[in-house]
Design a binder for this molecule. Sequence first.
Ligand code: UD1
Length: 334
Amino acid sequence: MKILVTGGLGFIGSHTCVELLENGHEVVVVDNLNNSKKDVLDKIKKITGSDKIKLYVEDVKNIKALDNIFKENNIECVIHFAGYKAVGESVKNPIMYYENNIVSTINLLNVMKKYNVKKIIFSSTATVYGEPKSCPVSENFSTGNTTNPYATTKYMIERILDDLYKSDNEWSIAILRYFNPIGAHKSGLIGENPNGIPNNLMPYILKVAAGELPKLNIFGNDYNTHDGTGVRDYIHVVDLAKGHVKAIEKISSENGVKVYNLGTGIGYSVLDIVNTFIEKNKVELPYEITDRRPGDVDEVFSNPTKAKNELGWEAKLSIDDMCVDSWNFKKNNI
Ligand code: UD1
């Protein structure tokens, strides 16, 4: 199938392009390089040995450019990753977040409609659940009680897609709610490489282990968890990418709006991650317990059984793989 991947050179997008090519799909990437680098394209080609991938350096907000991509390529399905994703930045500049994430999606859906392409996979997040009432979190838990504009953009887009299907039952839509993606491709060629000081745990750990930052701040050890530090459902990005290939099979066989959690179902604490990282990689990782980060909750982990039952997908890689592969990527890219 010929698949348009928006944001295809980013962290999750690039790993998904690899899996798509390895499963015989053809890929067209549109990416404005806002949070990615052009050389990721060559790395994807190197890993897969395939050149069935084409890049347009364009912004999804540019509807003329999008129209042209659909005109030049016989796109059959879209995976929509492109979007801003920094929680703190979204609180400071909500208009920028609403404009970028919502306008680009509306443009994309308009152009898809024009070219009669009605299959889309949307990159959503577990943060649409807000502070979940209990764990594990299932897809039927309430959503929308979001705590920041970034999360609200994802929630709004889920609602838009829902309404779209109600208006036209020919659409076939999968909404994938990611838990905490970390890890990197085994080759060490692609991974997560944010500019500046990272917000998320694993990118921060990598900079400390590499000596680029002095120490990790562990945000609180008085949470109601087994060791007091926050518990999350970390998932290897390669497992996550494979979930998209399965979702394509699903939306190709039936119409509707399907929502799936992509997680492992296992919760690990910050200290579990830190200790595994030190032990498996034999590196030093200085850390200090500091105050809680506002907005953080005790624990969030998924119930992934719906994806297992309906997509035939489940996460296979362990927390050891996640720590080893993350560090392998970082060492290759210092
Ligand atoms: C965060 C975002 C979420 C986003 C997700 C992407 C918030 C409140 N939520 O989720 O919207 O979809 O990233 O993966 O920002 N931690 C430290 N020290 C650090 C960084 C993190 O102790 O320097 C702790 C946090 O307190 C938390 C855990 O590590 O317990 C994971 O944090 P993070 O990687 O930022 O993910 P989330 O907060 O789960």
